[in-house]
Design a protein around this ligand. Structure first.
Ligand code: FPP
Length: 242
């Protein structure tokens, strides 16, 4: 991907992605849904490499939502297994490529092995400089805000926080995304045009980009198109055009 003609200030620093269309991708090929998820997970790795090559330091993917538990038990258990397997193997790769791994969501409902892997992955990769790759697992935007509100209330009750000091910066530090910049660009694949409870607080001023491509097919060319679409936009954050 050659972005050298773009003003560096117009290249997004944080891209968040709703990985959609794995099931339809599989169906289109006469495969089972699980094969679509496997291809989708492989593509997360491929796209992470593209982000590093393009000099984009933050990527966040929606891997499993708080609503995804409603899928068949077979599919849920496959996805959990895939995440365990993928993570176990990916830690070494992440260290080699300089990728810091982060996890967003309520980990308490995940199995013990996955919880341990998450803690381990975050710990060993915490100083990696090239890309911060965050996985939203058992994540819901409303759930994240409610968990933050409970923590804030506890700190106020304990006298650790004064109600008057709760501003956007302080509240953000109670969210799972603490320390991450808000996404500049949110991409959703497979033709659906919804936020689906993803990063509700953080996407307040993000540019949104929708493409019909199914996630496993999302290629370097597709990423470049999304970045170029973003670069051509005029972000005003509610202010007036200069
Ligand atoms: C959406 O496709 C995809 C998901 C709900 C799961 C995404 C998960 C992965 C790509 C694997 C996660 C693992 C890692 C480690 C990244 P869909 O099933 O909703 O597709 P459909 O809408 O075509 O049925």
């Amino acid at each position: 991907m050659n972005l050298s003609d773009l003003d560096p200030g117009k290249i997004p620093r944080h891209i968040a992605i709703i990985l959609d269309g794995n099931g339809r991708w599989a169906k289109q090929r006469g495969l089972i849904r699980q094969q679509g998820h496997k291809a989708g997970a492989d593509n997360v790795e491929t796209v992470a490499d593209m982000m590093i090559a393009a000099g984009i330091p933050y990527m966040t993917v929606y891997a499993f939502s708080t609503e995804n538990w409603k899928r068949s038990q077979e599919e849920v258990s496959y996805l959990m297994g895939l995440m365990r397997w993928y993570l176990k193997n990916y830690i070494k790769t992440a260290l080699r490529k300089g990728i810091r791994l982060r996890f967003l969501g309520d980990a308490s409902r995940l199995d013990q092995e996955l919880q341990k892997l998450i803690i381990h992955a975050e710990e060993v990769t915490k100083d990696m400089p090239n890309l911060t790759l965050s996985f939203a697992i058992n994540y819901g935007g409303r759930d994240e805000i409610l968990r933050a509100v409970r923590k804030v209330s506890r700190d106020v009750a304990d006298g650790k926080l004064d109600e008057k000091d709760i501003d956007e910066t302080v509240f953000s530090s109670y969210l799972d995304t603490k320390g991450l910049p808000d996404p500049d660009l949110m991409i959703r694949t497979s033709g659906e045009e919804r936020i689906s409870n993803f990063l509700l607080w953080q996407l307040a001023y993000s540019e949104l980009y929708f493409t019909d491509v199914y996630w496993p097919d999302f290629s370097e060319e597709d990423l470049e198109k999304a970045i170029r679409s973003y670069a051509a936009r005029d972000r005003r954050f509610g202010g007036r055009k200069k």
